[in-house]
Design a protein around this ligand. Structure first.
Ligand code: PLP
Length: 391
């Protein structure tokens, strides 16, 4: 008898090991429906400010479309360095400590691959952006959820950190202002965990993509705290503050040894970030402060309106201090967050994302992006109210 041939799997175990996205199902369903108010997608609903777009168009018109240096345009790195220093009191050398990346998404991948070895544990503040755990797994690391529940206002506390840290822990990943909760960590909160980070010789990966979208005081960058400066990899970008999600430009800042390792990966995996997007980003930092402030003011107004509406109809919601997400508890409805999101979409055509998609601390919550017009937000509140009354 000839030996039966077992079909070969071409898919790597790492790729195979990535769990399916908890959000996909809702977006697939959403695409088949009409008259949906979508509070599902995490991107600003404004056009990119026109002067920024023109800077990108200009670079194309002038034929400036070749690769840039691997690190990114010198002018952009200089501007990023002085912008971070003015806004967040950090001190990054544009030559050795800053790399322009293809969005924060690439920065996350570079940072994790630069420092994580197979078997290293990576603490991920939970709830968090959906790509963190897959990113760690693709680098061969072990993501470990660090619970940051609603009662702690979704912040990392020293007790929670001490409970999860082990000898194998290499990195702590945080994102404040936070997606999905809108939570922030202030200077005192960061100082409270800084000793643990130092004592256990951990690195801190701080994704600050929403840093400009704060509504109760300025964002605090961990790298501005002296003891954390050499321990921190800072990621930021242009997608959210300047409504530039499709341009794909961001930056990674880190002490030179780590930045150098990230650059080695970047130069082979990406070569350089899109040239026209880098010119657009220069304009964002030079001439879009007013446009950005107007967008932030509009988000603040929407947040106030939407969160007041949620509380009025009986969905308790912490006042989110940053980003553009509200993360109400739906536990009082007796439904799971998945049931709530699915039924709300089918019965009232409002799309929200079940909190569990962002980790176990998100269970019992739904994420509502208030990156929608005030009229849509008011209508969404009306429909959610009808839905809750019908349960
Ligand atoms: N980090 C967080 C926390 C996000 O919410 C997002 C997008 O939603 C990203 C990173 C991706 O950013 P970028 O568009 O710069 O790749």
């Amino acid at each position: 008898m000839p030996e039966e041939k077992v079909p070969r799997s071409y898919i790597s175990q790492r790729a195979e090991g990535i769990p399916p996205s908890g959000i996909r199902k809702f977006f697939d369903l959403l695409l088949t429906m009409d008259d949906v108010i979508s509070l599902g997608v995490g991107e600003p609903d404004f056009n990119t400010p026109w002067n920024i777009a023109v800077a990108g168009i200009d670079s194309i018109e002038k034929g400036i479309t070749s690769y840039t240096s691997n690190k990114g345009l010198q002018e952009l790195r200089d501007l990023v360095s002085s912008y971070l220093s003015q806004h967040y009191n950090t001190d990054y050398d544009p030559d050795d400590e800053i790399i322009i990346t293809t969005g924060v998404s690439e920065g996350l991948d570079l940072a994790v691959r630069a420092v994580v070895d197979p078997g290293d544990e990576v603490l991920v503040a939970d709830p968090c952006y959906v790509s963190y755990a897959p990113c760690v797994m693709l680098a061969g690391g072990i993501p470990v959820a660090l619970p940051c529940p609603a009662e702690d206002e979704f912040r990392v506390t020293p007790d929670a950190l001490l409970e999860k840290v082990t000898k194998k822990t290499k990195l702590l990943m945080i994102n404040y202002p936070n997606n999905p909760s809108g939570g922030v960590m202030g200077r005192d909160d960061l100082k409270a965990i800084s000793d643990i980070i130092v004592d256990h010789d951990l690195l801190l990966l701080s994704d600050e993509i929403y840093s400009e979208l704060t509504y109760e005081g300025r964002h605090v960058s961990p790298a501005s705290i002296e003891t954390l400066r050499e321990k921190t990899i800072t990621l930021n970008g242009f997608s959210k503050a300047y409504s530039m999600t499709g341009w794909r430009v961001g930056y990674l800042c880190a002490p030179s040894e780590i930045a150098g390792a990230a650059l080695k990966i970047h130069q082979y995996a990406m070569l350089s970030s899109p040239t026209m997007a880098q010119y657009a980003a220069i304009e964002a930092l030079r001439g879009a402060e007013d446009a950005k402030d107007r967008m932030v003011a509009e988000f603040r107004m929407r947040r106030n309106l939407f969160v007041a509406g949620l509380n009025r109809i009986g969905l308790p919601c912490h006042l989110p201090k940053g980003a553009f997400y509200a993360f109400p508890s739906i536990e009082g409805t007796g439904l799971t967050d998945e049931e709530f999101a699915e039924r709300l979409l089918i019965e009232q055509q409002v799309a929200v994302v079940p909190g569990r998609a962002f980790g176990s601390s998100g269970i019992g919550h739904v994420r509502c992006a208030y990156a929608a017009s005030r009229m849509d937000l008011e209508e969404a509140i009306r429909r959610i109210g009808i839905f809750i009354d019908s349960i």
